[in-house]
Design a binder for this molecule. Structure first.
Ligand code: EPZ
Length: 421
């Protein structure tokens, strides 16, 4: 077990790069199963979730290799179609392998991902979509089996919710289906477009990714490709939040500013000055932030649910009361109980949290409840005057490549130490 020791209370300043996008890398690695050869995925972040995905790739017969910032996946001898429960438990988003295994082998067997720290995480939209593509799906006793012995057939699929994972599974499964697939009410996150770019690089014919309707014209097969993963917009926003939470000034380089639009609007409403110069964003924070009337998480291009917790942490010292509404996941406020230990004043009512700004935060000992809640605790610890301790940081290391190194690069004082279990 590891914990972070954070000595907060001073402004963070300076400039830094950003890791590759976790939520792009995971579906892209899964889709590599279909290439039949050697793919190179550059700017692939070094995260435990990526390691879990590579373990699944090896389990189904791929060879994987990390070469610096790139990962090489060779699926020439991949023929597996089952993901054992321990690997599914390791990472619930392994459901993203469903479409790839089904398309590749005509069969896929995995255990139901089950809930996680932020909610039940059902996969009904994924399974209904696979049925629409012609698969026979059995879902009982927590085991999911999909069969398509005669291959998949293109279909028109309307999603009742623009699910990121379901949109990705459909794109991957339909890429080599017979005929055309239309996905209506598709997710529009940048990671969807990044996956489509990778699949098209492998010979797929996908158009409309990033818009509400995605068209996939099935091709007979895919071939290996090389790809550079887009920057992680949530990691970038978290680094900017480190400036906002400490009254500092931070520049993040080599990002795609358009991906951060909804977040930059919220920072501006809180009184931060944000400047975009090419692929860099600089945030300069005021001595004290203003409260933000209402932040409501929405599917992209709305305010991202993954940034709800970090931004709530930023608002704890704002001048006035802010309201945050979480519309995507049903239990994504667990971190609030830990934030209150720093002296934050937050009242939670269902999917709404009211943050009453306080003049200062105090150092505390806290436990990380989940990935983005953990990032919120890091931001609060940086803002509190004194030494804080954050335990069970494995959640944070699922999605942030080296948050201690990033904070130190911005002149913050933070280190990882081993902790007694
Ligand atoms: C992806 O999860 C991301 N994970 C999440 O990031 C992110 O929060 C989420 O999209 C929303 O942007 C990865 O990309 C690996 P959804 P996903 O399907 O695909 C409901 C992080 O912190 N739903 O868009 O699971 C679901 O319960 C993680 O990096 C169904 O009801 O998200 C939720 O309420 C956390 N049935 C909503 O839709 C389904 O079949 C959004 O889920 C699927 C989803």
């Amino acid at each position: 077990m590891r914990k972070y020791i954070v000595r907060g209370g001073t402004p963070l300043y300076g400039s830094t790069g950003v890791q590759g996008a976790k939520n792009s890398a995971l579906p892209i690695l899964a889709a590599s199963v279909l290439s039949g050869g050697r793919c190179v995925i550059r700017n692939c972040p070094a995260l435990s979730d990526v390691e879990a995905t590579l373990a699944i790739l090896r389990h189904v017969g791929c060879e994987t290799l990390r070469e610096g910032g790139a990962v090489v996946v060779d699926s020439a001898r991949a023929e597996g179609s089952e993901i054992p429960e321990p690997l599914m438990r390791e990472m619930r988003s392994s459901v993203i392998f469903l479409g790839a295994l089904l398309a590749k082998t005509g069969y896929a067997r995995l255990s139901a991902p089950g809930g996680c720290e932020i909610g039940l995480r059902p996969i009904d939209l994924h399974l209904d979509a696979m049925r629409r593509l012609g698969a026979v799906v059995k879902d009982d006793a927590g085991v999911i089996e999909c069969r398509a012995p005669d291959g998949l057939k293109g279909a028109n699929i309307t999603l009742s919710f623009p699910s990121v994972g379901a949109t990705e599974n459909i794109m991957i499964a339909a890429a080599t289906a017979k005929g055309e697939t239309l996905v209506v009410n598709a997710a529009r996150e940048p990671e969807i477009s990044d996956l489509a770019d990778y699949l098209n690089g492998m010979g797929a014919k996908i158009s409309g990714a990033g818009e509400g309707t995605v068209r996939i014209r099935g091709v007979s097969g895919l071939h290996p490709a090389e790809h550079t993963v887009i920057p992680d917009r949530i990691a970038a926003a978290t680094l900017l939040a480190a400036a906002a939470a400490t009254g500092g000034e931070v520049t993040v380089n080599r990002v795609i500013p358009a991906h951060l639009e909804p977040v930059l609007a919220a920072f501006a409403e809180a009184g931060c000055d944000t400047r975009i110069r090419g692929d860099a964003i600089r945030l300069t924070a005021p001595a004290r932030l203003k409260a933000v009337s209402t932040v409501r998480t929405m599917p992209y291009p709305g305010f991202p649910t993954d940034f709800q917790a970090p931004f709530t942490a930023v608002l704890t010292k704002a001048d006035g009361a802010s309201v945050v509404i979480e519309t995507i996941f049903e239990s994504r406020f667990k971190y609030i109980g830990e934030l209150v230990r720093f002296g934050a004043k937050i009242r939670r009512d269902g999917r709404m949290a009211v943050i009453e700004g306080v003049p200062r935060l105090y150092p505390a000992g806290v436990v990380t409840p989940d990935l983005r809640g953990g990032a919120a605790l890091v931001l609060a610890a940086l803002s509190a005057e004194g030494e804080s301790e954050i335990r069970d940081v494995r959640h944070i290391e699922r999605g942030y490549e080296d948050i201690c190194g990033a904070v130190r690069a911005l002149h913050g004082n933070m280190e990882a130490v081993s902790a007694a279990p």
